[in-house]
Design a protein around this ligand. Sequence first.
Ligand SMILES: Cc1ncc(COP(=O)(O)O)c(C=O)c1O
Length: 342
Amino acid sequence: MSIIDLRSDTVTKPSFEMRRAMAEAEVGDDVYQEDPTVIKLEQLAAEITGQEAALFVCSGTMGNIVSLLTHCNRGDGVILGYKSHIYVNEGGGLSALGGLVPLCVNDGDGIPKPEEVLSFCRPENVHYAPAKLLCLENTHNACGGVAISPEDFSSMVSLARNRGLSVHLDGARIFNAAIAWGVEPIVYTESVDSVQFCLSKGLGTPIGSLICGSKDYIRRARHWRKRVGGGLRQAGVIAAAGIIALRNYPDLRHDHEKAKILKDRLTSEGVKVVEVSKPTNMVYFDVESSVDEALLAEKCRQRGVLFNPTPEKIRLVTHRGVSFEDVEKAAKVIAEELCRLR
Ligand SMILES: Cc1ncc(COP(=O)(O)O)c(C=O)c1O
């Protein structure tokens, strides 16, 4: 039985072209900044994001924590969404490792509410953790994979900057956002103080993310990367796959097309799909409280369709490891099993 794995775009495997590039990569010791392939990848990332410099890190989580630690000191406040990946899904690293205080705002539409951000921009006062940084996420994973518009994004960045906040973008899937709005990624990434993006989601490399920012910022981030154990040696072996991934990023549009078909088929089968203003490669659907999500996931798994059974909404993620036919089949299986469990 062939498996249709819709759990995440992180399940993608490196292409033949990537594996060949990895095998042939020229390498050196990257802690000494002597790995030519890592240097090439970092230069490419800086160019694409419109930033001065970039730093290769092991994962999106490492990219985010290193960024936060570089921006803030212990006791500083970080404004971020209740639903943001940094707040919900990164093990509380900002507090555990950085002594940082999460100042949470409503980001139910994928972007923080301006008035809530402003409510944390308070005059200096010994009672408050001073807000130093605003974190944005685009696309926003927990909000249906929504791509934030360039206009909304840039007005939020300006609002924060005008209040003296630095801005970090968790752009794990920033290329998906850019494709959804038909713009270059630089439209989002040039204006922020730092951006982290992932190579190992829809882009399909086995490992890695990049942090981009000013030269001075990246110099300081390099120190934090070392402190958290992220200084790698012959990392060119993995960076080589990243260079291929960045060249091919426009291919992500196919993942959006597959998600659209998946959504349309599920909807026509009567499944309650969550509407998203600018969808990308994710489809969320609701199940009635009478349906056991774990049982639904298990029934579908037995028929070769994988997704994670989460309470509330169930997420399906398209990627290059699933075909157009696969998503048609998956929609049918999910709708049938849901119907049986009702
Ligand atoms: C929005 C977002 N940020 C950060 C991450 C963390 O990336 P990683 O799994 O590489 O640590 C993820 C992972 O799914 C994510 O969805």
